[in-house]
Design a protein. Structure first.
Length: 370
C-alpha cells in the first residue's frame, strides 16, 4: 500500500487578507484527494499566533452570506518544529509541555499578503528543511513587492505599464517632487500599496485633487506605494501557470475580467464578497495569434521571476493588440469565484487534480538550493 502523505495546510495570517486565506483553506481541504492525503490544519490568527485546527473544522470554513471566516484568538498556541527525518511537526503548548504532536511531510501554504506570500514563511520552511507548495523565498518576495517585480520584469525585457514608486520618506520629505513624478503618468491612475494583495488599499484616481487622499489610504496598508498609469480601453486578461515538472511552464486558457459598471475596477469586494460586480469569462474569446503571444508572455513572466509551483499572471491587452504585464501573483486564491482553479478547470484540470499536481511538484523538488 502506498504511504499516505500528510499535508500541513497553513492559513490565516496576520494580514488584511486573513479572512480570504481562511476561505481558501476551507475550499482546498474539501477538495483535496482524501485517498492520498491526510490534512493537518495549521492556522495563524490575526494577531500572529500559531494554532492547530482539526481537519473537520478546517473543511467547514466558508463564506456565510457576506461574512468571511476568521480564526478565533481563543485557541491554545501551537509551534512548528523540525521533523526527525524530513518534514516537520506541529505541537500545541500546554503549560510547560508540548502536546497533540503531528508530523507532516509537506506544507501547502495558503497565506495571502504580507508575512505569508512574501517569502517570510518560505524562508522558515527552508530552515526547517520542509518541502512546500509554491515559489521560493526570492520569487515570493519579489512577486509580492510590485516595485521590485516591475523592475525585475522590465530588466528581463517584458513589457509593462509606466509606474512611479513613492516611499514613506519621499512622501514626507519630498512631497512636491513626488507629486510631480506622479503627474507625468497622467490621469487617471492607480495608487497601490507596493506589498499588498487582493486589491486591498487600491484607489483609482481621476483627478490631481484626489491624489493625496488615495496616498494616505494606501499608506494604511504599506508605507511604500506604487502609482501606475491606467491603461484605458485595455482588456484585463489572466492566465494560470503551473510549473512544468522538468519542462516548460504549463499555461492555461485565458480568462477575462469584465466589470459590470463602466469605470469600476476589480477590487477586494468584487473578488471575494460580491458575485455581481464583475463577470469572469472562463475561457474568454481571443484569436489564436493573440492568445499564443499572450500565453508566451505569461510563461516568460513565470520563468523570469523564478516562480515555482503556481502563479497567476495578469495582463493588459491594448486596443491595438499590445500585451503588457500587470502583475504576477505567486499565491492566487482558490475560492469558488477565483480565476486560478477556474482557468485550469476550463483547460481540463479539475480542482482536486490541480491540488494533487501542486503537492506532487513540491514533493519532487529538493530542499535547499535548487
Amino acid at each position: 500500500m502506498t504511504q499516505r502523505i500528510r499535508v500541513g495546510i497553513v492559513f490565516g495570517g496576520a494580514s488584511s487578507e486573513h479572512d480570504v486565506s481562511c476561505m481558501t483553506a476551507g475550499g482546498v481541504s474539501r477538495a483535496i484527494d482524501a485517498d492520498r492525503f491526510d490534512v493537518i490544519g495549521i492556522g495563524i490568527t490575526p494577531s500572529g499566533r500559531w494554532v492547530q485546527v482539526p481537519a473537520d473544522e478546517l473543511r467547514a470554513l466558508r463564506k456565510q452570506g457576506d461574512e468571511l471566516p476568521r480564526l478565533s484568538e481563543s485557541r491554545a498556541t501551537a509551534v512548528l518544529l523540525p521533523g526527525e527525518a524530513g518534514g516537520a511537526r506541529v505541537a500545541t503548548i500546554e503549560g510547560d509541555r508540548l502536546v497533540d504532536l503531528h508530523d507532516f511531510d509537506v506544507a501547502f501554504t495558503l497565506l495571502h499578503g504580507p508575512f505569508g506570500e512574501d517569502g517570510t514563511i518560505q524562508g522558515m520552511f527552508e530552515l526547517l528543511g520542509l518541502r512546500y507548495v509554491g515559489s521560493g523565498v526570492a520569487a515570493s518576495a519579489n512577486g509580492m513587492d510590485k516595485d521590485l517585480m516591475k523592475r525585475h520584469l522590465s530588466a528581463s525585457g517584458l513589457p509593462g505599464c509606466r509606474f512611479v514608486t513613492v516611499t514613506d520618506r519621499q512622501w514626507r520629505q519630498q512631497r512636491e517632487q513626488s507629486i510631480d513624478r506622479i503627474a507625468k503618468l497622467g490621469y487617471p491612475l492607480f495608487v497601490k500599496p507596493a506589498r499588498g494583495g487582493s486589491s486591498v488599499g487600491i484607489t483609482k484616481v481621476d483627478r490631481a485633487d484626489e491624489l493625496e487622499q488615495a496616498v494616505l489610504f494606501a499608506q494604511k496598508f504599506d508605507p511604500k506605494l506604487v502609482v501606475e498609469e491606467a491603461v484605458l480601453g485595455a482588456r484585463e486578461i489572466e492566465f494560470a501557470v503551473l510549473g512544468g515538472r522538468g519542462a516548460a511552464p504549463r499555461v492555461s486558457l485565458p480568462g477575462e475580467i469584465v466589470m459590470r459598471e463602466a469605470g469600476a475596477f476589480y477590487d477586494f469586494d468584487a473578488k471575494y464578497v460580491s458575485d455581481d460586480d464583475a463577470a469572469l469569462l472562463v475561457p474568454t474569446e481571443m484569436d489564436d495569434d493573440l492568445r499564443r503571444r499572450a500565453a508566451d508572455v505569461a510563461a516568460r513572466t513565470f520563468e523570469a521571476m523564478g516562480a515555482e509551483g503556481l502563479a497567476r499572471v495578469d495582463l493588459f491587452i491594448t486596443a491595438d493588440g499590445h500585451v503588457l504585464v500587470n502583475e504576477i501573483n505567486t499565491m492566487p486564491g482558490f475560492t469558488h469565484i477565483s480565476m486560478f482553479p477556474s482557468l485550469w478547470a476550463a483547460s481540463g484540470l479539475d480542482y482536486t487534480t490541480l491540488i494533487t499536481d501542486l503537492i506532487d511538484q513540491a514533493l519532487e523538488r529538493p530542499v535547499g538550493l535548487r
